[in-house]
Write a protein that binds this ligand. Structure first.
Ligand SMILES: Oc1cc(-c2ccc(F)cc2)cc2cccnc12
Ligand SMILES: [Mg+2]
Length: 212
């Protein structure tokens, strides 16, 4: 038995972050990933690109696919404009439980709602069950094989509107080739690629603006 990696990350955050200080939570998770155990959160190098897009878009309603331990949820919610809210979908119960506690340490419980379950089930419920009309930005960071089907679900369910910004992590590594091909060849998206030469792996984030 013993602690899971995610429990060890939470423990580190509790010991090294300052309660109510989101930046200290982000910094603690980055230090843990660099010095103890690499973890699959977006991290400090790609995180700067996420920050830049947040400053550009200033989303009131932000949807994240893939919470994991809550690193990007905390990083983005900290940058939300007043009144903004982040809905983050996580299908792994134990990850969601860890993320809820990380978000608690950050003092961001009022800005973030974790929706537990498979994205393909939750996306069609967003309007009725969570009273979401449309979202201003989507951060895709879950399983790569879900990027394209979930993007189509977001279109079909009217969750994204003209101008909604999709920002996708890992389009190179682990890679989401079908998603990339779709948004780059579709006349309904305006795409920008943000390549990142990380120490560990080369990767990129893709920004795809929905044109309606
Ligand atoms: O940012 C991510 C990175 C990786 C990843 C795993 C092993 C590697 F060798 C390299 C990259 C997996 C993810 C899975 C889900 C969401 N994000 C991921
Ligand atoms: Mg990722």
């Amino acid at each position: 038995s013993g602690m899971s990696k995610e429990e060890r990350i939470l423990d580190w955050v509790k010991q090294h972050a300052v309660v109510g200080d989101p930046q200290s939570v982000v910094d603690a998770m980055d230090v843990y990933s660099r010095q103890k155990e690499w973890s699959m959160h977006v991290g400090d190098i790609k995180g700067v690109i996420v920050d830049k897009v947040m400053e550009e878009v200033k989303p009131q309603i932000l949807l994240e696919l893939g919470t994991y331990c809550g690193y990007s949820a905390v990083r983005m919610a900290h940058l939300l404009p007043p009144g903004g809210h982040l809905f983050t979908i996580e299908f792994n119960e134990s990850f969601a439980t860890i993320a809820q506690q990380v978000i608690e340490v950050a003092g961001l419980r009022d800005k973030i709602s974790i929706l537990k379950g498979p994205s393909q089930e939750i996306i069609p419920q967003l309007k009725k069950k969570y009273e979401i009309n449309s979202v201003d930005m989507v951060f895709l960071d879950h399983w790569k094989s879900r990027y394209l089907p979930d993007t189509k679900l977001l279109e079909e369910n009217g969750i994204i509107r003209k101008g909604t910004v999709l920002l996708a992590d890992n389009v190179i590594c682990p890679g989401a080739p079908d998603f990339l091909e779709y948004v780059r060849n579709s006349k309904r998206y305006e795409c920008t690629t943000y390549p990142v030469e990380n120490i560990r792996v080369n990767d990129a984030l893709e920004k795809a603006v929905f044109l309606g």
